[in-house]
Design a protein around this ligand. Sequence first.
Ligand code: KG4
Ligand code: ZN
Length: 395
Amino acid sequence: MKILSIETSCDETSLSLFTATETASGVDFDVDSTITQSQIDIHQEFGGVFPALAKREHQKNLVPILLKILNQEAAENPEITSNSEIETILERESELLESFIKYVMPIQNPGINAICVTSGPGLEPALWVGISFAKALGLLWNIPVVPVNHMEGHILSVLVPETNPEQDNSFSVQAELFEFPALALLISGGHTEIVLVKEIGNYEIVGKTRDDAVGEAFDKVARILGLPYPGGPEISKIALLANKDTSTDIVLPRPMLHTKDYDFSFSGLKTATLYLTNDIKAKNNGVIPEHIKALIAYEFQEAAAEVIVKKTLSAINDFGVQTLIVGGGVSANKRIKELLKQKASEIIPAENVYFPSRELTGDNALMIGLAGYFKIKISPDAVYDDIRANGNLTF
Ligand code: KG4
Ligand code: ZN
């Protein structure tokens, strides 16, 4: 089965093309390529993702990425000037419609059997661009379009081995994917969730943030410290410079550390960081000395890591699972990864702790294609004829 997948839920425009072949022991995935175009530079000046801009950029990026992934030169066919059904599908994406008619309409289907597209959660205007593009392609090539939950993509991203990052590669997965039930910790810019994975396609959220997502807190704290967006990598970079031996009163709270549930709260931690930073600024003529900035970043990261690790370990114990899957942009955080790996492997087998490869921690279409592939496998006859963007899609 040859699958084209599309991801546009936030600020990455990503397409992936792979062929999945069933074998006696599982499935072989042969990835043609995954191309991800980040919009970070464009959103940076707003200090976060600006939905209308994201929508515009996705419209601009999709056709060039598709041509590249299919190894096609942009070639117009002057005989093709319009198509009323495609016009209806892409009526709210006028810029995309124009390039679709010009450059995509002349392309024959290169043997693709299905298109998988993120339908949520995410920014609805951004999601719609990917969905409308997928529907237009599905109509053009007369193949099914399968909606995918972005968070399921993050869970399944761990199936791609570390040694085989995004580019031209192949990898196999065993029929027994994980030891079920498994626990998934999903930490990203929009989500902080602990999910019980009973099997692929069967998920139950057992804990989540009551306010900000952890990635969002990293981004906001970075802004407080005058660091650029996205803040996660910036915070962890300067946290390494912290000299923890200097006696300091830089202490931040660990919200909900001792509550009996698996929920989180990061907004109070962010506010505490703001007050602390303002105090320091007031005493230093409005500036934060660099060594103190590093200490705040360090302490914030420790506080976030500590609650994440504690809640995840409690859930592993309470649900009696033997497998931990970690996914989402914040899973790239070295400190959180190190602590989770170390502590989790004290209670479950170390080889049952899964993280995505560095390239797949952030948003990408390969994980969406994988989730779509398993969805098709589980329900081969399902028909999805009214796919809509759902910004708050949940399990
Ligand atoms: O999964 P993702 O790419 O997009 C969403 O679906 O949200 O996650 C992006 C988030 C951003 O908030 C970013 O600051 C955070 O992941 N992030 C990190 C790190 N790298 C990315 N947070 C902490 N440490 C990192 N190294
Ligand atoms: Zn994501």
